[in-house]
Design a binder for this molecule. Sequence first.
Ligand code: SAH
Length: 400
Amino acid sequence: MQLTHYPTASLKPRREESLLGGHAWIFSGALQQPPHWIEAGGLVDVKSATGQFVARGYYNSQTDIAIRILTHDPSEIIDAAFLRSRIRRAIELRRVFDPAHTNAYRLIHSDGDGLPGLVVDRYADILVAQVQTAGMDRLRPLLIEPLMQETGAQGLLWRNDSQARRREGLQPEEPAIAAGDVPHEVTIRENDVQFHVDLWQGQETGFFLDQRDKRASLRKYAVGKRVLNCFSYTGGFSVYAALASPETRTTSVDVSAPAIEAARQNFTLNALSSDNHEFHIAEVFEHLETARDSEERFDVVVLDPPAFAKSQGARNQALKAYRRLNTLGMQVLRPGGILLTCSCTGVVGMDDLTGVLSLSAQHLKRSVQVLETYTHGVDHPINLAMPETAYLKAIFCRVL
Ligand code: SAH
């Protein structure tokens, strides 16, 4: 028997369709009367205009997404056992990784794993978590035990220092240990390549795990080649490329000095001499212009910029920036060279990115052969009913 009762939020007529299809966001405009009396992050039952149970989730009056769904099953109450079962389901998927080769992956991918607002990355024996919403913040005390027990991790670190928390009415916090022991840095293995990860001060949770499959794919194009890695961060793509053959030469460019220093250390960690490779602390657009004007050319160019827009309103500006970046990238690419272009901007879709490539190529009177397209990889599952959660798009192409 169900003894727990949650307050009700009622939908306007016929607004339940996408939710019944598995979507997990309700915008405030879909509600008859937003339940303002519920504190930020409080649990609610969502009912149709005719009073039928539709889903259960958490509410925040301050955000565009008023309710995020946790379950469509009326018998499921939101407690430690619920969270444990979702965590177990997520762990089950990650068994595809053999820790002898890859011991770092996203363990919990928010809506993709049925735990909206929660990201947990595993770095060897350490878990690093981000709590992004008020609703998940309220569930935070219930997460620690199941996360530690189900994974057997040695420590759990909260990385709730993102300014994005303010959108939910939450304060950014200093990184803090939630459980166990957390060293300053860990060494991870990804497809047998090693990386140092700065858990406390690295960007996001420390490493961009969503590029693992693209990094692996890059290797085959990098044999004996000259590779330019733009927005290199700690050298992920560069190290994979450099390991492809002793003749490969890489150039890593990032505006962050600590990231470039970490990139050098990651070369050393993989027994690569950093003498044969270049590292530049520089703004990528400027660096590319200089390279273009001095007629420096590469066989392979990687463009993996940060998100250029956070909202629909900034979409056009973002498209212009992608257009400029990809044009510059093609200009420093020799005819027949390989371009890997990426976008992690949620409001820029795969069609937008191919559109950018096509306009850049037309402008330069070059043609593009698309070779491989990617999203984030198995540890960042996409809820089929929520295409907007597929934020990363990546295209390998040959530019003739
Ligand atoms: N490709 C990386 C991840 C890139 S994240 C990997 O595989 O790990 C984006 C990076 O872009 C960050 O390291 C950030 O410091 C850098 N960055 C952001 N804006 C930049 C700019 N205008 N010029 C150079 N680097 C920039």
